[in-house]
Every structure is written in structure tokens, then in C-alpha cells.
Design a binder for this molecule. Structure first.
Ligand code: 5AD
Ligand code: FES
Length: 353
């Protein structure tokens, strides 16, 4: 026991100071940590985050503008074949008015997230992006609309988009094929991510923790892939069950393992923008606060009108979807303050050095 603890402490130390760790050490760290080593891991991660970003927590205004999706990921509640999902999509003006409201609240980043919805042609996306760019020249525009050809990404970038979120979900090809139908390929996901980077986007990737069939080897592959990609943002959250998906019988991922991975990510990628995600807030009432204490430095309050929020249902029991959530900004600010950090509204670009 003592020997394991001692070796975990050494691994954390080395990860913190040199950003290196062997697969073997990672396995021990992920599988055998306990309360004492977790405390050390979280406090080292917090220290690294404070050195780079102080106590700042960046707010991103999330606009879930369509829950139509042409894909059928087995884990996702808005998959096309879920006929029980109530579908909605926003007109351009509705998206703009969400941004308007967000801007009034002080937001300087808008994240346009949606299913892969063919209703929005490239031309339409470009027009939406240019309209936002024109009205809010001092804001970052983040897109999160899935896998597209390189030329489409290039067109969105020219229209004024500057960031893109696309989780790789799992970097293990065989695991990927267990989470997705045959027409989806890890190789295309990776192609998208490298294209986005080359085109000049600030890129975010990430994965779910505890998705069905995930092993420690998969997680190690995720971390190694992220080292290769070297993204600006890394979003992770626990896998959460949705009753109307083929994975309805699989249990939720683990809060403890997600927190441990957030801390490992902070130590491996000191510069990264790491959100305390909605999934983390869903699995535990204080999940996002715990995420911040483990090294996360971003939160993404929902700017969509409350009437549609319950329909953007990737998993069951998602938080911030009821009437009480109209004021996510205030609620989150208090939560952030309660754990010793400070919500900031600046554009929040990555700090690579
Ligand atoms: N549980 C947790 N996260 C999920 N996502 C999709 N479905 C689920 C689920 N059931 C995540 C995916 C996707 C992001 C937008 O939400 O990682 O990339
Ligand atoms: Fe829409 Fe996976 S179900 S991208």
C-alpha cells in the first residue's frame, strides 16, 4: 500500500515538473489512487492552474441551436433514430438574439453547438457566423457542429469563426467502433481535428469517462492522442445514461475517475482550457465545483431560451433545464466564488506560455 502511494506521489511530481509519465505509471495513477493521493493530485493540479491562469474561470455562453442530428452514436440522446426526442432548431435571428442577450450579460465567447443537422448548409453557417462577427467584433465565435469537410471548416473560419470543439470521444479505434455505427470512423474524427488546427482554429477535443467498454488502456490512448494533437481546450465529463438509446442499460461513469483525469490533464497540459462540464454537474450536485478544484478553469452557462433546454437531452437528468435556470450566469458565479475562484468575462484565449 505504502509502496503504491509512494510511487503515485513520484509520478504526480514528475508529471507536474516535466509533463511526462509512462503508460505503466498512468495505469497505477488511474486505477489505484485513493483519497490521500487524490488530495495531492488535485492540489498539485490546482497549483499549476493558478500559476498559469490565477483564479480566473472563463465563462462561455453556450447556444444549443439545433438538436436535429443525422448521426446515431449509441450513447447520445439526440441521435437520429431516437424518435422520442422532441426536435427543435433556431432561425438565424434566434441565434443572434441569444448572442445579444449573452453580450448584455457580459459574455465574450459564444459557443454554437448542435447535432449534425444538414438543414444548416455551409452557406447558412457562414452567414450566421458573419452576422455574429459583424455585431460582436470583440467576441470569440466557437463552433461545435461535428465532422465536416476541410473546405467547410475553412469557409467558417473565413466567415469569422475562431474556435472549434469536437471531442474525439475515444482514441482507441476498436472502442470507437463500439460507440458508433459503422459509417463513423475514428480516422475521420482525427482528420477533422488536424484540419481545424492547421486552418488556424483554437481547437478543443476530449472524451467521455466511463463510456461502455472503456478500459484504462482506452484512457491512456486518449491522453496520448491529446499529446499528439496538443489542443487548446480539453472537455471531459462522465458518460451518463440516456433511457432512449441502445446504451440505456449501461451505468453512469464515475465522478472520482473524471476528477482524477481533469487533474492529470491539467498537469499534462498546463495551458489547456478545461471546462467543468454540465455532465459533471449532473452526476453530482457539486460536480462542477469539484472539477474546478481539480484543475478545470472554464464553465459554459447555457444561453438558449429555457423553453428548448430540456430537449437538448444528450443524457438523462441534465441540469439547468428548468424554469429556475433562466439565470445560469448568477448561479454559476456564486458556485465559482464558493470554491475560491473568480468568474471572468474576457475572451479567455489560451495561454500557451
Ligand atoms: N453522456 C455524457 N456525455 C455525452 N455526450 C454525448 N452523449 C453523452 C452521454 N450520454 C457528450 C459527447 C459529445 C458532447 C457534446 O457530449 O462527448 O461530444
Ligand atoms: Fe449526433 Fe452523435 S448522435 S453526432
Amino acid at each position: 500500500m505504502f509502496v503504491v502511494q509512494e510511487s503515485i506521489r513520484n509520478s504526480i511530481h514528475q508529471l507536474k515538473h516535466a509533463q511526462t509519465i509512462s503508460d505503466k505509471e498512468l495505469r497505477v495513477l488511474l486505477e489505484q489512487s485513493n483519497a490521500a493521493t487524490d488530495d495531492m493530485l488535485f492540489s498539485e493540479a490546482d497549483q499549476v492552474r493558478r500559476e498559469r491562469y490565477g483564479t480566473a474561470v472563463y465563462l462561455r455562453g453556450l447556444i444549443e441551436f439545433t438538436n436535429y442530428c443525422k448521426n446515431n452514436c449509441y450513447y447520445c440522446g439526440i441521435r437520429q433514430r431516437n424518435t422520442r426526442a422532441v426536435r427543435y432548431r433556431f432561425e438565424r435571428e434566434e441565434i443572434l438574439s441569444c448572442c445579444e442577450e449573452g453580450y448584455t450579460l457580459g459574455f465574450h465567447t459564444f459557443v454554437l453547438q448542435g447535432g449534425e443537422d444538414p438543414f444548416y448548409t455551409d452557406k447558412e453557417i457562414c452567414e450566421i457566423v458573419s452576422a455574429i462577427r459583424e455585431r460582436f467584433p470583440d467576441c470569440a465565435i466557437t463552433l461545435s457542429i461535428g465532422e465536416k469537410p476541410r473546405e467547410s471548416y475553412a469557409a467558417y473560419f473565413r466567415a469569422g469563426a475562431n474556435r472549434y470543439l469536437l471531442r474525439h470521444e475515444t482514441a482507441d479505434a476498436s472502442h470507437y467502433s463500439k460507440l458508433h455505427p459503422a459509417e463513423m470512423h475514428l480516422s475521420n474524427r482525427k482528420r477533422c481535428l488536424f484540419d481545424l488546427k492547421e486552418l488556424g482554429y483554437q481547437v478543443g477535443s476530449g472524451f467521455m469517462v466511463g463510456s461502455p467498454f472503456q478500459t484504462t488502456d482506452c484512457l491512456i490512448a486518449d491522453l496520448r492522442f491529446l499529446q499528439e494533437l496538443d489542443p487548446d481546450m480539453i472537455g471531459i465529463g462522465p458518460y451518463l445514461t440516456h433511457a432512449d438509446t441502445p446504451f440505456s442499460q449501461y451505468p453512469n461513469g464515475s465522478l472520482a475517475l473524471t476528477l482524477r483525469l481533469i487533474a492529470v490533464l491539467r498537469l499534462m497540459f498546463p495551458h489547456a482550457l478545461i471546462p467543468a462540464t454540465t455532465a459533471l454537474g449532473t452526476i453530482h450536485p457539486n460536480g462542477r465545483e469539484l472539477g474546478l478544484k481539480a484543475g478545470a478553469n472554464v464553465v459554459m452557462p447555457n444561453l438558449s431560451p429555457v423553453r428548448v433546454r430540456k430537449w437538448y437531452s444528450l443524457y438523462d437528468n441534465k441540469i439547468c433545464t428548468g424554469e429556475e435556470s433562466a439565470q445560469c450566469r448568477g448561479c454559476l458565479e456564486n458556485r465559482i466564488r464558493s470554491v475560491g475562484y473568480e468568474a471572468v468575462t474576457d475572451i479567455g484565449d489560451v495561454k500557451r506560455s
